[in-house]
Design a protein around this ligand. Sequence first.
Ligand code: C5P
Length: 239
Amino acid sequence: MAINPADRIIVALDGMAPDQALVFATQVEGLCWVKVGLELFVQAGPEVVAQLRDKGLRVFLDLKFHDIPATMAGSCRRAAALGAELITVHACAGSEALQAAQAAAVEGAQQACLNAPTLLAVTVLTSWEEQRLQRELAISQGIAERVPALAQLSATAGIGGCVCSPIEAAALRSHHPNPFALVTPGIRSKGAAVGDQARVMGPAEAIAAGASQLVIGRPITRSADPSAAFSACCTELLD
Ligand code: C5P
């Protein structure tokens, strides 16, 4: 399948002030997608989504909603109406909340005359370790079972995809064929600083493992030449 590499790479605008994020996003040549996380959203407010869209960028709004069904629905309706095209929710909010969120996102986009966004479920945050899940939350299910179980719960509720580690992508893809989205952070090209990411994969490897899109932050945002770093990641996908 022919791919447009720029459609596959989402650059995480982490650790930037709102003005800086807007300037950065327009300076990276060929950039299509950006991820707005909680830190930027809390500083800049919902306008940042409109401002990025006005500059021609597509927005992944990574606010990881986890609440009662009515609040999940209201939040996803608003996020979709803002024009966010990927929106994260926590799978452990449960099927009722996930279904409500999905239905409301579709309605919110329709009311704003926009295409329906894809909701992405977060299964188990990678900051959790098995022993701590057991000790602090009395969750005895291992992470290797819990991730696919929560992905299945999300898919059954009509959610369009998952955020997962590239290491988990192949197993999830075998149960969830396209167009189920698998969006993977933890991407590092050969030779790039791994930083605080424990388990990483290269861009091409992650796509080969079944990822539909990649989230890449610091290897591009902290590069001395972000356009060149982005372009190098795109080139890796073409090789
Ligand atoms: O800078 P880096 O490429 O590590 O950024 C990855 C992005 O993906 C960050 O926004 C980070 O919060 C997010 N993320 C992650 N690992 C997860 C989930 C999200 O690194 N398991």
